[in-house]
Design a protein around this ligand. Structure first.
Ligand code: GRF
Length: 196
């Protein structure tokens, strides 16, 4: 474990990218350890999935809290677990500019499009509607502007004839599961070691 960066994964839903990160981090040579999973949705399936994988998982409800109150609770959990890098993985809450700035270079996100194309939601439907020939996913540093931070890595696929939103979503998700562990390894090898 010594020398491995301590990582928290923030989730809101099913947690398939979180699971891919946990699995990759199980390899002895992987440069990061998943030390904590935090969900802002109390009944997110990701929580049970993390627990089953032996990773500490907590719910910090965002519903009913102000953004400063939610972020203070989140920051306390990250500090208590001595987290150095935070991965957003289907985390559906926008973080404040101050929270993001304090973790510059140590806060990353995966997005299901080839940014800067299709920031925001419904990326697969929008890519199909736009007649995009290529689509894919992006891991990027999080900045105050949503889905606009510096790009760390991308995976691209060709959009097939007869492609549906569902088939495209499945194929992009498979790329996400491959890309996110690679991108986290890059960041963990490069990020400064300060606690978050
Ligand atoms: C992924 O497509 C991710 O790119 C997007 O939300 C989805 C989360 O899926 N931000 P999961 O919870 O990782 O299965």
């Amino acid at each position: 474990m010594s020398g491995k960066k301590r990582v928290a994964v923030l989730v809101s839903g099913r947690g398939s990218n979180m699971a891919a990160l946990i699995e990759a981090a199980g390899a002895p040579a992987y440069p990061a350890a998943i030390a904590l999973v935090v969900s802002n949705v109390v009944d997110a399936p990701a929580l049970a999935r993390a627990t089953a994988a032996g990773v500490p998982a907590v719910a910090i409800a965002s519903a009913g809290k102000t953004r400063p109150a939610f972020e203070a609770a989140l920051a306390a959990a990250l500090e208590a677990a001595r987290i150095e890098i935070v991965c957003l993985a289907g985390f559906m809450r926008v973080l404040s500019p101050g929270f993001v700035a304090r973790r510059s270079g140590r806060l990353i996100n995966i997005h299901p499009s080839l940014l800067p194309a299709f920031p925001g939601l419904d990326t697969h439907a929008r890519a199909l509607a736009a007649g995009a020939g290529r689509h894919g996913c992006t891991v990027h540093y999080v900045t105050a502007e949503v889905d606009a931070g510096p790009i760390i890595a991308q995976a691209a696929i060709e959009v097939r004839t007869g492609e549906t939103v569902q088939s495209l979503a499945e194929r992009v998700l498979a790329e996400e599961h491959r890309l996110y562990p690679l991108a986290l390894a890059l960041v963990a090898g490069a990020a400064p070691g300060a606690a978050i």
